[in-house]
Write a protein that binds this ligand. Structure first.
Ligand SMILES: [Zn+2]
Length: 476
């Protein structure tokens, strides 16, 4: 791997953004007030330093616990990180198939087991700090970035409130107030952002010389506002320590498991911080591929785009918490606790909330785009990306719900079908292929199950359990 400097991080981000830009418009933000999140997996061949994007996902939506179907054909979690990870699994399955068929692949077969070839690394880019634990830190920690923002030429509609608004994916404050919400969290956030807005407006009115003279003073003033933590709508999972919800920096507890932020039907999906924490131990290949792989596939570097960010909070969320449990993990030998390099890039993603806030017209309400883009370096996406909405293929008619026409290629049903076809072509011999359920298939992933059970018992005992019916569908 190259030295992981900001320069390397920027190179990764440039590649990811140019991949995104090369995709068709469908599924991207449609108007000047819509934003989205982008995540990608980038493959590096160490011998040639060649980097290429192999999986991409966008989106910020998640379906509620009452909408979980028992057919496996709907994406539960469409946050960009999770979409990209599932697209990456599709890429890995395709590569394992190539190795099986004797074609050029990133995997090789030794004594019937599949190994990732040495010198292949994977880097993960996400345009925003992951939701949940990594998003909880003092606004002050981001103060130096605010200094940079003051020095750049800003559009006439930029407001500090849009830049330091709470870091998760709730609708904008104004919109939330209109919906009749009056909880404590909203009131504090509203007051914070109002105060910050006034101070920032005063600063904008100064000419350059005055701004330079006053910058320290101004930053001091703003820091008063920023001595609070960013708020997350991601709720603590039952059994974890609850948020104290005290004013200012004591609002949140840190280091605990949280479900995805959002209102309405509560979700059982864990926050991206928690899912990434799990990847650093169990790998990103998922349970099914571990039936064939000798070792899990880990991420070497995590690159975060331009957004509110704290190195300390990222470290805590991704590998620094549950310390006692982690020190006592007796994992199967294939698995080990990873500490990926964490680095922030200075490159903006044009469709991020911050950028859209800078360029949208005054008064327009910023909203996350409801769609998710799915792309992988596989035959499935050779012609074009897929687009999902509410976990199903965009544009699928009611009549098609439940048929393959409504599936996206990375839902549980589709992934397990592809996986089963692959298993049939390898030397793996289970019981009757035709009767297998998704749950059965997972059962054959012995080392993965063992590692997951250990991890759960030592660190993640409060991880949510989805109803049994969600995983009990027949694969074929
Ligand atoms: Zn997320």
């Amino acid at each position: 791997m190259e030295m992981c400097t900001e320069e390397f991080a920027n190179k990764i981000v440039q590649l990811c953004i140019s991949k995104y830009n090369s995709l068709k418009k469908t599924g991207k933000p449609k108007n000047e007030a819509e934003w989205t999140l982008l995540s990608c997996f980038v493959q590096e061949k160490q011998c040639s330093h060649k980097l290429k994007v192999v999986a991409l996902g966008t989106g910020s939506k998640c379906i509620g616990s009452h909408q979980l179907p028992s057919t496996g054909d709907v994406l539960h979690d469409s946050h960009a990180e999770v979409v990209a990870r599932r697209a990456f699994v599709l890429y890995l399955i395709t590569q394992v198939r190539k190795a099986t068929e004797g074609h050029n692949s990133i995997f090789e077969i030794k004594d019937g087991a599949y190994y990732l070839k040495s010198g292949i690394l994977f880097h993960f880019y996400t345009s925003h700090t992951p939701c949940g634990d990594a998003s909880i830190f003092l606004k002050q920690e981001w103060l130096e970035c605010v200094g940079n923002i003051l020095e750049t030429k800003e559009g006439p509609t930029t407001s500090l409130s849009s830049l330091i608004g709470d870091s998760d994916l709730e609708p904008p404050i104004k919109k939330r107030r209109c919906q009749g919400s009056s909880d404590f969290e909203d009131q504090i956030a509203l007051q914070d952002t109002k105060n910050a807005h006034v101070k920032f407006d005063n600063m904008r009115k100064m000419d350059d010389l005055e701004k330079e003279k006053n910058i320290t003073e101004c930053i001091d003033e703003v820091s008063e506002v920023l001595s609070d933590t960013f708020r997350t709508g991601a709720k603590c999972v039952a059994g974890e320590a609850p948020d104290p919800k005290l004013p200012g920096s004591k609002y949140h507890v840190t280091g605990v498991l949280r479900t995805k932020p959002g209102r309405g039907d509560p979700t059982l999906s864990l926050s991206c911080s928690d899912k990434i924490f799990r990847w650093t131990i169990l790998g990103v290949q998922g349970a099914l591929l571990m039936i064939l792989l000798k070792k899990p596939v880990y991420i070497t570097t995590i690159v975060i785009g331009q957004c509110p960010y704290s190195q300390e909070a990222m470290k805590r969320a991704i590998y620094g918490r549950f310390e006692d449990g982690l020190n006592n993990l007796n994992l199967p030998e294939e698995f080990s606790v990873q500490t990926p390099v964490l680095v922030q890039s200075s490159i903006d993603f044009a469709h991020s909330r911050i950028n859209i806030a800078k360029t949208s017209s005054e008064g327009s309400k910023l909203m996350p785009t409801p769609t998710s883009i799915i792309w992988s370096d596989t035959i499935v996406h050779k012609e074009s990306q897929e687009v999902a909405t509410n976990g199903r293929r965009l544009g699928c008619t009611k009549k098609n719900i439940g048929t393959p026409k409504s599936w996206v290629s990375i839902c549980r049903k589709a992934i397990s079908c592809v996986m089963l076809d692959l298993l049939k072509d390898t030397k793996w011999q289970p019981i009757d292929f035709n009767e297998l359920t998704y749950n059965d298939l997972k059962y054959y992933s012995k080392s993965y199950n063992q590692a997951w059970n250990i991890l759960k018992s030592k660190c993640l005992s409060n991880w949510t359990v989805k109803p049994k019916h969600v995983k009990d569908f027949k694969v074929k």
